[in-house]
Design a protein around this ligand. Structure first.
Ligand code: PTJ
Length: 263
């Protein structure tokens, strides 16, 4: 990837993610407000020390446990998520046995076309990149079994107005456990209202989505996706006594401590 900074730059990872977002914007994958959303995430990541805090790792393991134990697990992908982590999340879907569904807030036919094409290409690439844990033939089968949904929605998320409610009746609508990274508050609430086990990734522990979700991972999406893959290789059992408010409180305390330390 052509890039303004080399890998020795102290902010290399952050610059690399900006570049991924910029490139995705150029090809029409993103909502107009995507860069604002990314900037907000960056600010929180800066305060959290650009690292995976212990409570986020615990939440990631719980997410893996629930997704792997689910009957109809689905990973929902929006523009920002596709730009940053389409391939790692496809790898996770293959291990979990989940479907992926492109489901965007600012839905236009033009964006959906670009996103679905991008997803198909990523799917083909992932099938050819066998991780060391798997035999190539087994891996290819696992990847091929991941359905790529989003193109022909025939259902709607109840309680939401407009095209953002559109989804697949055999995908998001039928899911029991759903991973919605970087979700907006309304849709998160609507999915919870439907009785789904909603897992959110959001660096802002104060966001409505973070507060609404059953499991919230307060971590940067790319780090989360890598950790989720590893956790899904050897998942624990879901914890029925999961204390999500405590996870949010711990993240907030880490952010405040980080800000005080660096002041
Ligand atoms: O592609 P679309 O149309 O579905 O639109 C996607 C965006 C992200 C633009 C849309 O859902 C949106 O406006 O989201 P919000 O309400 O800005 O919320 C995004 C949340 O994700 C914010 O709380 C950010 O702090 C957080 N965030 C942004 N980037 C990251 C992140 N959290 C984790 N990792 C990131 N890389």
């Amino acid at each position: 990837m052509e890039h303004a900074a080399d890998s020795t730059h102290p902010r290399y990872n952050s610059l690399l993610k900006r570049k991924m977002i910029e490139d995705a914007a150029k090809i029409g994958m993103l909502a107009d407000s995507a860069l604002i959303a990314h900037g907000r995430g960056e600010a929180f990541d800066y305060l959290i020390g650009e690292r995976t805090i212990e409570s986020a790792m615990d939440a990631t393991k719980e997410a893996a446990a629930r997704l792997c134990a689910a009957e109809r697990p689905v990973i929902s992908l929006n523009g920002n998520v596709m730009a940053l982590a389409a391939k790692p999340l496809l790898r996770c879907a293959a291990v979990i046995g989940a479907d992926v569904e492109v489901n965007i807030f600012y839905r236009t036919p033009e964006r959906m076309k670009v996103l679905m094409e991008y997803l198909k290409d990523a799917h083909v690439e992932i099938a050819d990149q066998t991780p060391p844990e798997f035999d190539a033939e087994v891996w290819q089968k696992m990847v091929v079994e991941v359905r790529l949904l989003g193109n022909s929605p025939d259902g709607r998320i109840p309680g939401l107005e407009g095209p953002r409610a559109n989804c697949h009746s055999d995908g998001i609508l039928a899911s029991d456990v759903i991973l919605v990274p970087l979700e907006d508050g309304d849709r998160c609430e609507a999915l919870v209202e439907m009785g789904k086990d909603v897992i959110v990734v959001d660096l802002n522990p104060l966001s409505r989505s973070a507060k609404m979700a059953k499991v919230t991972v307060v971590d940067e999406l790319c780090r989360f996706a890598e950790n989720l893959y590893v956790s899904c290789l050897n998942p624990a059992s879901p914890n029925d006594n999961w204390d999500n408010p405590k996870i949010l409180q711990t993240a907030l305390e880490e952010i405040i401590a980080g800000a005080v330390e660096s002041a």
